[in-house]
Design a protein around this ligand. Structure first.
Ligand code: S3P
Length: 163
């Protein structure tokens, strides 16, 4: 099986669905955020604070390039699509699945979240980032699955049916 790359905004369920999808397909699962934290020995929040977003993006690309090209589900960070080289890599090597979630649903899910440096306190900034990203996800995806009002099992089955 070609590797599946899950893309989508923060809080769209990439980690949860990646976990479920990989066990259902009996392949391995990698979460690029977790790998960055493991390889570089700092939390994402600490990397942003100590080294800045540019460094985080460099680490993220490095980690992505070292993931398996076969038999794997990769849950990416929401900003993976900010770099053209990452998009090229994913499109060339596997299937890109966009988990689409509405802004209102994301805002509900991340209401008390303090772990994501780019989920700011300013509502307009959040909306602007969401609109900017949505365009990238739509452009880059091979498959789009809507996730609002669905259970994780339903979403997982829907992705599987579309492969
Ligand atoms: C980011 C999303 C986060 C994490 C980092 C930056 C983004 O991942 O990679 O905080 O730029 O959207 P999740 O999408 O898993 O929250």
């Amino acid at each position: 099986m070609k590797t599946l790359y899950l893309i989508g905004f923060m809080g769209s369920g990439k980690s949860t669905i990646g976990e479920m999808l990989s066990s259902s397909l009996r392949v391995s699962h990698i979460d690029t955020d977790h790998m960055v934290e493991e390889v570089y020995g700092q939390t994402i929040a600490a990397i942003f604070q100590n080294n800045g977003e540019g460094t985080f993006r460099m680490y993220e690309s490095e980690v992505l390039k070292n993931t398996p090209l076969q038999n794997c589900v990769i849950s990416t960070g929401g900003g993976i699509v900010e770099k053209g080289e990452n998009v090229l890599f994913m499109k060339e090597n596997g299937v890109v699945v966009y988990l689409e979630t509405s802004f209102d649903e994301i805002a509900k899910r991340l209401e008390d979240d303090q772990t994501r440096p780019l989920w700011s306190n300013n509502v307009q900034e959040k909306k602007d980032l969401f609109i900017h990203r949505k365009k990238l996800y739509e452009k880059d995806a091979d498959i789009i699955v809507h996730t609002d009002n669905k259970t994780a099992i339903e979403i997982t089955e829907e992705v599987k049916a579309l492969l």
